[in-house]
Design a protein around this ligand. Structure first.
Ligand code: SF4
Length: 383
């Protein structure tokens, strides 16, 4: 076993120690794994654009000798990142175009995306926001926060705020408290979704103090949800489970948004294993995201057909609670588009012909549509 780094129990349980001791260069990486020539060259070529940053906790999950370890693939640079495909975009979701004030994207009628900062405990190599994440000069500052709360107060149609980044849990509890306090004061804000990968990459951050804060701000006027993204079963450690227990005890529901990644979770078996355990941990598998068209991540991207195959392999074979929606976030700001295998196989004499998860076809009467005037495609659109 490679590990050359040492720590005390007190240090290991202290999230600030992990942040301070993140793996940021090759020398530090070599204390954890036997680096390959590809990884070394990739680090030299990519670090100026998108830094490497791995918490000791996440580094401890890497296989020291296998460069294809799913944890390692998500955190250590690869030369494939230097290849930009024709489809790749700097801002794949068109988030900047919908930014109404700095730090606030308003695309959907009733909800907004709030970028708290651009730091993360770990920099995921497949990140959609590479264009600004890991760049300390692109932070949301105090006056931007003030403008942003002002804008929210002036938009009564907004009732849901997604608190994102970077990772909001890179901020201190004191800063997070200010955010929750300000949101609580705006009567039309009813929900807020805290989007953080710290449950995966730094569960020590999700400590009792933080969870007490969540509990404090949960109210009938403001419901707080914790959205995270576990991507593979190797990330579901005892420490992660303990952190999820703390969040659950605070009364905060948790959802998982898995990104579909080649070589990491692109099979029914891998996703089933992940989702079954997540459900035990009280984290509901909510979305499977098709990997966005961000620059330098095409090596992670699977076909859409692969996503549909996985959804088909889950639906009916395991609890509906563990069968997430598969979505493509449309390039250029089109928003999330759900995709599903087609279970409507046709129609016959006023009935829909529906296929179940075992492939058996059943007849169900349709009473409202004028079936004779519909093709199977537009029928599918209507239901
Ligand atoms: S935690 Fe999220 S924002 Fe941060 S690097 Fe990972 S994917 Fe990107």
């Amino acid at each position: 076993m490679k590990k050359q780094v040492t720590w005390t129990t007190e240090e290991w349980n202290d999230w600030r120690w992990h942040q301070k001791n993140r793996v940021r260069n090759l020398e530090q990486l070599e204390e954890w794994v036997d680096t390959t020539a590809d990884e070394r060259e990739a680090f030299e070529k990519t670090d100026a654009v998108f830094h490497m940053g791995i918490t000791p906790y996440y580094a401890s999950l890497m296989d020291p000798v296998d460069p294809n370890c799913p944890v390692r693939l998500q955190s250590v640079p690869s030369l494939a990142e230097t290849k930009i495909s024709n489809w790749d975009l700097d801002d794949p979701l068109g988030e900047e175009a919908d930014m109404v004030v700095p730090g606030l994207t308003h695309r959907y009628p009733d909800r907004v995306l709030f970028y708290t900062n651009h730091n993360c405990a770990m920099y995921c190599r497949f990140c959609t926001r590479k264009r600004k994440v890991s760049d300390p000069t692109s932070m949301t500052n105090k006056s931007a926060y003030e403008n942003l709360f002002q804008d929210l107060a002036e938009h009564p149609e907004v009732n849901d705020v997604v608190i994102s980044g970077g990772d909001p849990l890179s901020l201190s509890d004191k800063r997070l408290m200010v955010i929750f306090e300000e949101l609580s004061k705006i009567p039309h804000i009813k929900y807020c979704r805290l989007g953080s990968r710290n449950l995966v990459t730094l569960p020590q951050r999700v400590n009792n103090d933080f969870c007490d804060m969540l509990k404090h701000y949960q109210s009938r006027n403001l419901s707080i949800f914790f959205n995270t993204h576990y991507n593979c079963p190797e990330e579901l450690t005892d420490e992660a489970w303990d952190a999820c227990d703390r969040v659950a005890a605070s009364g905060t529901p948790m959802n998982n948004q898995m990104v579909l990644l080649k070589g990491i979770n692109d099979s029914v078996e891998r996703v089933s294993e992940l989702n079954r355990k997540l459900l035990q941990m009280r984290v509901r598998p909510y979305y499977i995201y098709q990997c966005d068209l961000a620059e330098g991540v095409s090596h992670f991207r699977t076909s859409i057909a692969k996503g549909l195959e996985i959804v088909k392999g889950l639906r009916g074979h395991m609890s509906g609670l563990a069968s997430p929606h598969f979505v493509v976030d449309a390039p250029g700001g089109g928003g999330k588009i759900p995709l599903s295998p087609n279970y409507v196989v046709g129609m016959d004499e006023g009935s829909l012909m529906l296929r179940n998860f075992r492939g058996k076809v059943y007849r169900y009467p349709e009473t409202e549509l004028q079936l004779s005037s519909l093709t199977p495609e537009c029928l599918h659109d209507k239901i």
